[in-house]
Design a protein around this ligand. Structure first.
Ligand SMILES: C[S@@+](CC[C@H](N)C(=O)[O-])C[C@H]1O[C@@H](n2cnc3c(N)ncnc32)[C@H](O)[C@@H]1O
Length: 264
């Protein structure tokens, strides 16, 4: 592919930048928008009134969805605060396949005193049509020797799933990135590559294109590159754009898989 927008992260507003991308050209929209929790991204995107935030969300959803191929998919990171409203918006336009819970494995340390401590992100997985692309074999989780042995009774003999591994569940228990984590970049809400790569492998064909409207530190672009997929995206903050370029230019290093994603 030789399109000028391909494998680029544009340092600009996503709503403006989407005009660069032809309709029907994207296999997977994988995006992690501001959650409107008051974080400082060097802009006011996470500090809007509720009405403005939901209006803006609906605007970017309507601008982004035409870019998807008919068999394309969308993953969106949210929290419980606005996932109900935003899932309803998306369910009017697409079919919801999963609500994935990302358990950030936050250690128990005090926390809220008038409610329960919130330790997860909510991820919506949506598709446009029944024949959406989904490569389960690319993300199966192998059984360890002990489990295989435990299932050696006659009823399990020849069971394909025992050999090839099982379908990941919708609860993903992966530690958030701590300051000392080798993957960690200087961005307050950087997502682990382990999670993003699973979505890319399952829902974007090899050589396909992943769009992230809100790149942050560029995790989606890095994951797409590592998995042999193309990417395109946007980020408002020039300092984060510099981080993205550094991450994309850095030599590839293996990521340490968390135990629970490997074998749970
Ligand atoms: C939740 S963070 C994304 C984090 C990212 N997934 C990562 O792993 O680093 C959301 C990002 O969206 C950016 N942003 C906010 N409004 C934007 C807009 N209108 N266009 C492009 N980027 C925007 C923010 O600056 C912030 O870095």
């Amino acid at each position: 592919m030789t399109e000028t927008w391909l494998n680029q992260v544009f340092c600009e507003d996503a709503l403006a930048g989407l005009a660069r991308i032809p309709d029907g050209s994207i296999d997977l929209i994988l995006t992690d928008p501001p959650y409107n929790l008051g974080k400082d991204y060097g802009n006011a995107s996470d500090q809007q009134t509720v009405d403005d935030y939901l209006l803006w969300t609906e605007q970017w959803i309507d601008a982004a969805l035409p870019k998807l191929k008919p068999n394309g998919s969308l993953y969106i990171f949210l929290t419980w605060r606005f996932s109900p409203e935003i899932f309803v918006m998306l369910k009017k336009r697409m079919t919801m396949m999963n609500e994935i819970i990302w358990d950030r494995r936050v250690p128990s340390m005090g926390g809220s005193v008038r409610s329960f401590s919130s330790v997860h992100d909510t991820i919506g997985f949506f598709v446009r049509r029944k024949d959406y692309y989904f490569d389960l074999d690319a993300v199966r989780i192998p059984y360890d020797a002990e489990t295989k042995k435990a299932r050696s009774r006659a009823i399990f003999i020849g069971a394909k799933w025992l050999e090839v591994g099982y379908n990941p569940k919708d609860l993903w228990s992966v530690s958030r990135l701590h300051r000392e984590h080798p993957e960690r970049a200087d961005h307050p809400t950087q997502k682990p590559l382990e999670i993003i790569e699973r979505m890319v492998k399952a829902s974007c064909p090899p050589d396909g294109v992943v769009l992230d409207l809100f790149m942050g530190s560029g995790t989606t672009a890095v994951a797409a590159k590592r998995c042999g997929r193309n990417y395109v995206g946007f980020e408002l903050n020039p300092e984060y754009c510099a981080i993205i370029n550094q991450r994309l230019a850095a030599p590839e290093t293996p990521i340490k898989k968390s135990r629970s994603l490997v074998n749970s």
